[in-house]
Design a protein around this ligand. Structure first.
Ligand code: GDP
Length: 536
């Protein structure tokens, strides 16, 4: 099926609150244009008045989101956040992922709370390292991907070459919905493949699309004026229409095929097609896997899981916000739910919704929505809240850290306080904490080095604990388990000084090199070494 001319009416899903929800994230390599695209999407949604606000936020000295010195100093957004906006008949929840070179597990965990993702690609660069990495995380959960090829207003690679690269490097089928008319200086707009409509680059943002008789239409001779350009373009389009895969909703929803849009976020071009595409194609909230069964979004009882904790969002109120994705039912202000881990009731007296720069009390929320729950350390990453039976959602994972450091405490009198603080930081997901079996000082592990700075700053600012880091001889770690307790005990006993426990008491093996890890894996075939652990 190809996309038909887009109007608001056609993008209309049923008015059912669950069917209206679209919860997604943008994945991209730094500089591909994620921030710019976010601004434009929010602008369509009427969530912000002026383009440029998202970026401007980074440079302002004191705003609510400038929650820490580090963010101010480096001008980057250390933490992920969520933005809710309406467009057409849909409610979009855009879960932001940090755009900086350095990133944390929060990025990964955020992807466990979305139902689809927009992959932004720089048209001059194609698939870059971070895009690939984030894509792989999406693939673990078969998250459907919509592709936006950005920066067509600049010199760009050939569309065929780009599409081929996506297919080959990501093993993902592609179905272009639009096709660029010229590139760079000659970029004139997009043609809707098979749809006989053109969106002109020189038209006003809201001008909509223009009907043509097909790619033979004389309009293209007027748009592509350089010698032979129009003919070459027609050949290209003929090949694209005839030879490339057509959009197939089922294949997309299963995560096998990505519809591709071309445009320029900076020039706000092609963004409307993208958002209409999300409204039409992107899935509403999916059923979520729990330990006992799959929980459907339409079930009446409220359930949800916490995928992220953010501290100090507002320097004036030292609050902690747990971000929870609602999985089913209706969450309403003032309701009580049960925190399954502790079997204690928790009152949702002030759940919050987030907008570009503000938050507001949420009166009600449905499956797919993300609400912030203020708390003082009660909630942990991976926690399930339920109004009905006890169950635990799976799949908010912990990833084996890529950097390990030993904590060096400058004031030995504060060892107990440090233990408590590390416990808290670990529960918030700032770092992973490993307590070595030999009784030596705790080791912290992170996926991105920036988290080390975040930990250091927070320990000092919030707990009055000045710390430093020592290197350790360990460079990789894995959770170890086995069907056979005897085998596991044997392994643990013979690796005493390389064993530690994580916050849940699960055994972790630390190796000095990837080579020695492989060596141990071969020597102990009955032991499983895993680099991803579900929170339970
Ligand atoms: P992020 O790191 O992915 O969030 O990327 P940004 O949105 O900050 O964009 C990186 C740079 O690319 C900025 O200088 C943007 O102005 C620029 N940029 C983004 N989109 C476009 C586009 O469509 N065309 C052009 N020419 N530049 C763009």
């Amino acid at each position: 099926m190809l996309m038909q001319p887009q109007t608001k009416t056609e993008a209309r899903p049923p008015a059912d609150p669950v069917a209206r929800r679209r919860t997604f994230a943008i994945i991209s390599h730094p500089d591909a244009g994620k921030t710019t695209l976010t601004e434009k999407l929010l602008l369509f949604g009427g969530a912000i008045q002026l383009a440029g606000e998202v970026k401007a936020k980074r440079n302002r000295v004191s705003t609510r989101s400038d929650w820490m010195g580090i963010e101010k100093e480096r001008g980057i957004s250390v933490v992920t956040s969520v933005m809710t906006f309406e467009y057409g008949d849909c409610v979009f929840n855009l879960l932001d992922t940090p755009g900086h070179e350095d990133f944390s597990e929060d990025t990964y965990r955020t992807l466990t709370a979305v139902d689809s993702a927009v992959m932004v690609i720089d048209a001059a660069k194609g698939i870059e390292a971070r895009t690939r990495k984030l894509f792989e995380v999406c693939r673990l959960r078969d998250i459907p991907i919509v592709t936006f090829v950005n920066k067509l207003d600049r010199e760009a690679r050939e569309p065929f070459e780009l599409l081929d690269e996506i297919e080959k490097t990501l093993a993902l089928d592609v179905a272009p919905i639009t096709w660029p008319i010229g590139r760079g200086r000659n970029f004139a707009g997009t043609y809707e493949l098979g749809g006989n409509r053109v969106r002109r680059f020189d038209a006003a943002d809201d001008a909509g699309t223009e009907a043509v008789s097909g790619f033979q239409d004389p309009l293209f001779d007027r748009l592509l004026t350089e010698n032979g350009e129009a003919d070459a373009w027609r050949e290209e389009v003929e090949l694209a229409e005839g030879g490339l895969k057509r959009f197939d909703l089922e294949a997309f929803r299963e995560g096998h095929l990505s519809p591709v849009f071309f445009g320029s976020a900076l020039r706000n071009f092609g963004v409307r097609d993208l958002i209409d595409g999300l409204a039409r194609f992107a899935p509403p909230p999916r059923g979520q896997d729990a330990d006992k069964r799959l929980v459907e979004p339409t079930e009446p009882r409220m359930t949800g899981f916490v995928f992220k904790i953010q501290a100090n969002m507002d320097p004036n109120h030292r609050d902690r916000i747990a971000f929870m994705r609602v999985c089913s039912g209706r969450l309403h202000r003032g309701m009580k739910a049960r925190l399954v881990r502790t079997a204690k009731p928790i009152s949702l007296s002030a759940p919050q919704f987030f907008f570009a720069q503000d938050r507001a009390i949420a009166d009600e929320a449905f499956a797919g929505d993300v609400v912030g729950i203020p708390n003082h350390g009660t909630l942990r990453i991976g926690d399930t809240l339920t109004e009905g039976e006890d169950l635990v959602f799976r799949g908010v994972p912990s990833f084996a850290p890529e950097i390990l450091r030993r904590i060096k405490l400058t004031d030995a009198m504060k060892a107990k306080k440090l233990r408590e603080a590390l416990q808290q930081m670990g529960e918030e997901g700032v770092v992973q904490v490993f307590v070595p079996q030999d009784g030596s000082q705790a080791i912290v592990g992170v996926v991105g080095a920036l988290q080390l700075d975040v930990l250091k700053e927070r320990l000092s600012a919030e707990y009055g604990l000045p710390i430093d880091y020592d290197t350790t001889r360990f460079s990789v770690c894995r959770w170890v388990s086995s069907e056979s307790e005897v085998e596991l005990d044997k392994f643990v006993e013979s690796h005493g000084s390389a064993m530690a426990k994580d916050l849940d008491g699960a055994p972790v093996f630390m190796a000095t090199t990837a080579f020695s890890l492989r060596y141990e894996e071969e020597r102990y075939p009955a032991v499983r070494f895993t680099d991803i652990k579900d929170y339970q």
